[in-house]
Design a protein. Structure first.
Length: 245
């Protein structure tokens, strides 16, 4: 978590910001033996909790936010990221980031776009853990996807691919297997799915009560995501599954 927060989320691109420090430490420790992927957004750094600059009308200013994302991408690349992963769902974010990276000589840094990120109720445990709340009781429904709508998310995915995304992501995973299937049917680039904190926490909570076999259900859920067509799965079960396998 960042030490301080402000209206612009300036810690997100500060060379001494928490993610940049972590990237440098990891690169120094592991060299090229691992791939480092950095989430690219400002919501954990803003004092209002939104994923971008908030205008006088209380709405997120999409285009002003893109300028911040460009700075973050370059800062993360300089710190050692192999892949940057814009998660703010701003229109045009992939193109802006690609241009900024290329202009600074980071043309080999890949972009994993949160292309179909839904305004889901399943992010609760994560938000509690990192102490993110949105000012004045607001929400992110203005830029995240409506969870009822699959067709719009496919358009978002196509737009990100057209702007140069190297990998696209569907988030959450288990509740959106249909979206993963539809995306897989038309994409040739790698497809990722994010098995989020709420999906993880429900399995853990039920297992603690003795209702289910936790590791077995976790493996079954992640296999379903893979079966639907995901090439990569981001999950809080990563260590548990690695040890299980």
């Amino acid at each position: 978590m960042p030490a301080t927060k402000d209206a612009a989320g300036s810690g997100a691109w500060d060379p001494d910001g928490i993610v940049q420090v972590a990237l440098r430490d990891l690169r120094d420790q592991f060299g090229d033996d691992i791939v480092l992927i950095a989430d690219l957004c400002v919501d954990e750094y803003t004092d209002h909790g939104h994923c971008g600059i908030v205008g006088d009308d209380g709405q997120v200013d999409n285009d002003a936010t893109l300028e911040l994302y460009e700075q973050i991408a370059v800062a993360q690349a300089e710190a050692g990221a192999d892949i940057v992963a814009p998660s703010g769902m701003m229109d045009g974010q992939v193109m802006a980031i690609r241009d900024a990276l290329d202009e600074d000589g980071f043309d080999q840094i890949a972009i994993m776009a949160y292309a179909a990120k839904y305004a889901s109720a399943l992010y609760g445990p994560f938000r509690d853990a990192v102490d993110v709340s949105i000012a004045d009781g607001g929400d992110r429904k203005g830029y995240q996807q409506d969870w009822r709508n699959a067709r719009e998310s496919l358009e978002e995915i196509r737009a990100d691919v057209g702007e140069g995304a190297d990998i696209v992501m569907v988030k959450p995973a288990l509740s959106y297997l249909d979206v993963i299937v539809r995306a897989r049917a038309e994409l040739d680039i790698p497809l990722a799915a994010y098995h989020v904190s709420g999906e993880y926490a429900m399995v853990k909570a039920a297992a603690e009560r003795g209702w289910i076999d936790g590791p077995a259900v976790a493996l079954e859920q992640l296999t379903a995501v893979k079966r639907a067509g995901a090439d990569l799965i981001l999950t809080y079960f990563a260590r548990d599954i690695a040890e299980l396998l």
